[in-house]
Design a protein around this ligand. Structure first.
Ligand code: DAT
Ligand code: MG
Length: 151
């Protein structure tokens, strides 16, 4: 089953939106595999956002993501990468669809609350960066038959 990395960034934590955002993922039927509440050091932030190095917003992005603790999670489900990106909404809250997290709770791109992996390959790399293999919990969920067809 596909997996993705989700971060609730410092603004989500500071604004008390951890529960509201996690509830949306739970309500969709996605399955939580790993979760930690942690502060990033600069090295992890730079590795996580390596693809954006050199861009105009990079320094501000690193300062923002390291400014306060984050919640890091791994979620599992069919097409979970695309599903979670849709739940979070477009990168810029101005472009995010009504009903998405970034539409409903955010205003500006530099305070857009969440990170979610953008492709399955990126997800694999990001999950390895944030979690060790033994932190990924393999568990049976009682209501899977009512969420996945053909179970
Ligand atoms: P996403 O987080 O939707 O995957 P991204 O990978 O393109 O978006 O960018 C990573 C983060 O960097 C994004 O969540 C917020 C910030 N960012 C992106 N583009 C920006 C811009 N033009 N100005 C300021 N911050 C930006
Ligand atoms: Mg991205």
């Amino acid at each position: 089953m596909e997996r993705t990395l989700v971060l609730l960034k410092p603004d989500a934590v500071q604004r008390g939106l951890i529960g509201a955002i996690i509830t949306r993922l739970e309500n969709r039927g996605l399955k939580l595999i790993a979760i930690k509440f942690t502060s990033l050091d600069r090295s992890l932030a730079e590795q996580h956002y390596a693809v954006h190095q050199g861009k105009a917003f990079y320094d501000g992005l690193i300062a923002y993501i390291t400014s306060s603790p984050v919640v890091a999670m791994v979620w599992e489900g069919p097409d979970v990468v695309a599903l979670v990106r849709a739940t979070m909404g477009a990168t810029h809250p101005r472009d995010a669809s009504p009903g998405s997290v970034r539409h409903d709770y955010a205003l500006q791109v530099g305070r857009n609350l969440t990170h979610a992996s953008d492709e399955t390959q990126t997800a694999a790399v990001e999950i390895k960066l944030w979690f060790s293999e033994d932190e990924l919990v393999d568990w049976d969920r009682a209501n899977d038959a009512w969420i996945y067809e053909g179970e």
